[in-house]
Design a protein around this ligand. Structure first.
Ligand code: R5P
Length: 278
């Protein structure tokens, strides 16, 4: 049986009652469940901390009913914190994976999980993770917009997204954390050592957050004489007003609906459905 969260209502008909208590605590009530297994479609973003808590409450309720659960969440928050940069930092990616497993998930189905860096089934922090990729869907969409495109990634971490298309990768170097309340490591350099002159270029990444990576990559390919420049990612946050700026900086910007946005032009619904049984 499919259990659908309210935060997936753009793609599926929700059937989980989800509210907030007056103090902000999450309230969850599951429908009557036939059978002994369930696929829980619940996004873990935006408001990731609350969304993770909602997932834990749903999974635990199923566990108490002895119902086997698979969590389907296309974006996995905290996935960029899978290693430490300096002593004393939390390895948050493992913590969240552990929490989801302890709560009762048999496995997690997700899309372009940052720390896995390839498609397939993995065990991480004790959790079985099926990592799907939206790369083919994004490239298909780029071809509809611009015809022939050469697909490149703005850093080595995203190279697996472009390898299927014979794509090359730039090299990104991050520096120290910037001063202030936000934990952000400045991008020092995005190096490109290949030719793009006269070609239509699709820059493909797993996510666009502040847009800093994409801006540097767009600058590189423009300097290199690219004809059309498209930028795309599986997950689009578009923080700090970066969507408008990116639209101005290149010919097309688009992402999937893993996180709904005004440029979520590629749907992952079929990709998710094809990996689930019911
Ligand atoms: C990091 O390695 C990721 O793959 C993305 O390149 C990064 O998170 C994008 O962040 P931003 O848009 O802030 O540069």
């Amino acid at each position: 049986m499919k259990l659908i969260s309210q935060n997936f209502s753009d793609l599926y008909e929700p059937n989980i009652e989800m509210k907030k208590f007056p103090d902000g605590d999450n309230y969850i009530c599951l429908p009557e469940i036939g059978g002994n297994s369930a696929e829980v479609y619940h996004r873990l973003y935006p408001e990731q901390d609350s969304a993770i808590m909602q997932a834990i409450l749903i999974l635990d309720t199923l566990k108490r009913k002895k119902i086997e659960a698979i969590l389907v969440s296309p974006y996995f928050p905290y996935s960029r914190q899978d290693k430490t940069f300096k002593g004393g930092e939390a390895i948050s990616a493992e913590v969240i994976s552990d929490l989801i497993r302890y709560a009762g998930a048999k496995k997690l189905i997700t899309v372009d999980c940052h720390f896995l860096k390839k498609e397939g089934t993995f065990t991480y922090g004790g959790l079985e993770i099926v990592n799907l990729s939206a790369n083919k869907l994004l490239v298909e969409h780029a071809k509809k917009l611009a015809g022939d495109v050469e697909v490149i990634s703005p850093d080595m971490g995203a190279s697996y997204l472009v390898e299927d298309f014979g794509g090359k990768s730039m090299e990104k170097k991050r520096g120290e954390y910037v001063e202030g309340e936000t934990a952000y490591r400045k991008i020092e350099e995005v190096k490109m050592d290949f030719e793009v002159n006269g070609k239509n270029i699709l820059i493909l990444d797993d996510m666009i957050s502040t847009g800093g990576t994409m801006f540097k990559a767009i600058e590189n390919v423009k300097k290199g004489g690219a004809a059309k420049v498209l930028c795309a990612a599986t997950h689009g946050f578009f923080l700090k007003g970066s969507l408008d700026k990116l639209k101005q900086a290149c010919d097309h910007v688009f992402v999937t609906d893993s996180i709904p946005s005004p440029v979520s032009d590629v749907s992952i619904k079929e990709l998710l459905d094809s990996s689930c049984s019911s």
